[in-house]
Ligand binder design. Structure first.
Ligand SMILES: *Cc1c(COP(=O)(O)O)cnc(C)c1O
Length: 432
């Protein structure tokens, strides 16, 4: 029988670099041929050979309700009949932003854009414009999209001025990007000691999902806030992945619960808030946000920003996840997966640890949870690749790379979890 995935991949590679429109889809890290997806429903999708998979990537985060949720489908269908894009304001943009502010009160005003990359890039420009400073801090292993100044993760331990991670990024573009070790209070204090008056902002993934799943410790987050406030820098939360995913109030609500009065100055959102459509946002205090054009001097714009179909999809998604009990039940499903996998690994004698929050999880082939990128890197990639392919062969689709978080949706049932754990039992035996 011919393999339609292979045929499509061969065709794709002739006309699309690497055959994919975003690198991690290519299975480069794990080897093999990527699945070409033809359709999806609930917690499942089907590839070009008609094989069904339980989906634990959820489009890398957005599909928190699972695929083709009836409320979302209806909202998108209705909106599309009214027109695709107008280049003029609409009521739905206002409604979506009001809803976001209701869920995330640290944002008093919000600007909508079309991708997380755009939102993070614009947040940096805004922070620089609002403070009149050029330098900013990011952390090793955190991804903030592919804007030039943010494409740096080099350096470990001590504060290092960034070296670009990608070709095509001139060193002068990243010379003001300071890269520090995640969760290192010492590195943070040293950076502010050396450069305090020049630092526009600290940008952080509060629960990092681009080095698998690593939480910022409370102590570290508290210091981030204190040092930013003390030195007049802005604290920027990149919640593109964690936003409306780890909790209805996003990761910041978890830090707020532990640190009374805690707030980021700017929040960057994406993924879930668009429900699978190209939609992202950044927001913050009124005084900061009113630095943006047309009110203020910081320019930012977008032809498709606040797109009427995307906002309909996002709004329907946010309303559905706001229903009472949604996050409680999502959290339980995710926890039963994570606990089940840990038990299976323990029975097989494979070093394993895992963590989750809301509908987001991560697991490592390590004896204990890592706290920074260097520790994440110690995870056994050969073993991970065997785990990935073993699960895939049994219809379980985990992220095809060791450094990615996983996602559970409201459509995942206990029978999906049971099927996943049954498959895991077989695979872990071969890993021991
Ligand atoms: C996905 C992601 C981005 C980039 O968003 P895109 O929509 O892919 O441009 C930025 N920051 C974080 C934390 C992300 O997970």
């Amino acid at each position: 029988m011919s393999d339609n995935n292979q045929t499509l991949f061969d065709r794709a590679r002739q006309v699309i670099p690497g055959g994919v429109n975003s690198p991690v889809r290519a299975f480069k890290a794990v080897g093999g041929t990527p699945k070409f997806i033809t359709r999806a429903s609930g917690s499942h999708f089907w590839d070009a050979n008609g094989v069904r998979f339980i989906d634990y990537i959820g489009s890398w985060g957005p599909m928190i309700l699972g695929h083709s949720h009836p409320d979302v489908l209806k909202a998108v269908q209705d909106a599309s009949l009214q027109g695709f894009s107008f280049g003029a304001p609409t009521q739905r943009e206002v409604e979506l932003v009001e809803f976001l502010i209701h869920l995330t009160p640290s944002m008093e005003m919000v600007r909508l854009v079309s991708s997380g990359t755009e939102a993070a890039m614009s947040a940096i420009r805004l922070a620089r414009g609002a403070t009149g400073r050029n330098k900013f801090i990011k952390f090793e292993g955190c991804y903030h999209g592919h804007a030039d100044a943010l494409l740096v993760k080099a350096g470990s331990g001590l504060a290092t001025f960034g070296n670009p991670t990608s070709a095509g990024v001139p060193p002068e573009v990243v010379k003001d990007t300071l890269v520090l070790e995640y969760n290192s209070v010492d590195a943070l204090e040293k950076a502010f000691e050396d450069h305090g008056p020049e630092i526009a902002c600290v940008m952080i993934e509060p629960i990092a999902g681009n080095m698998n799943f690593v939480r910022a410790s409370l102590e570290f987050m508290k210091r981030c806030r204190e040092l930013c406030t003390h030195h007049g820098a802005l604290l920027v939360f990149d919640e593109v992945m964690s936003g409306c995913r780890v909790a209805l109030g996003s990761a910041q609500s978890l830090y707020q619960a532990a640190l009374p009065g805690f707030e980021p100055d700017i929040t960057v959102m994406g993924k879930v808030i668009g429900g699978g459509m190209p939609l992202a946002a950044f927001g913050g205090k009124r005084a900061v946000m009113e630095q943006l054009a047309p009110v203020g001097p910081v320019y930012q714009a977008g032809t498709l920003s606040g797109n009427p179909v995307a906002t309909a999809c996002g709004l329907a998604t946010l309303k559905a996840i706001s229903k009472p009990g949604f996050f409680t039940s999502l959290t339980q499903t995710t926890e039963s997966l994570v606990k089940g996998l840990s038990d299976v690994a323990a029975q097989a004698g494979v070093p394993f640890c895992a963590d989750s929050e809301g509908g987001m999880f991560g697991f490592f082939l390590l004896p204990e949870l890592p706290t920074n990128y260097t520790e994440v890197m110690k995870s056994d990639s050969q073993r991970f690749n065997r785990l990935f392919h073993g699960m895939l062969d049994q219809g379980i689709y985990f992220a095809p790379a060791l450094y990615e978080a996983g996602f559970v949706s409201g459509a995942h049932s206990m029978s999906d979890i049971d099927a996943t754990l049954e498959a895991a039992k077989k695979v872990f035996k071969t890993l021991a």
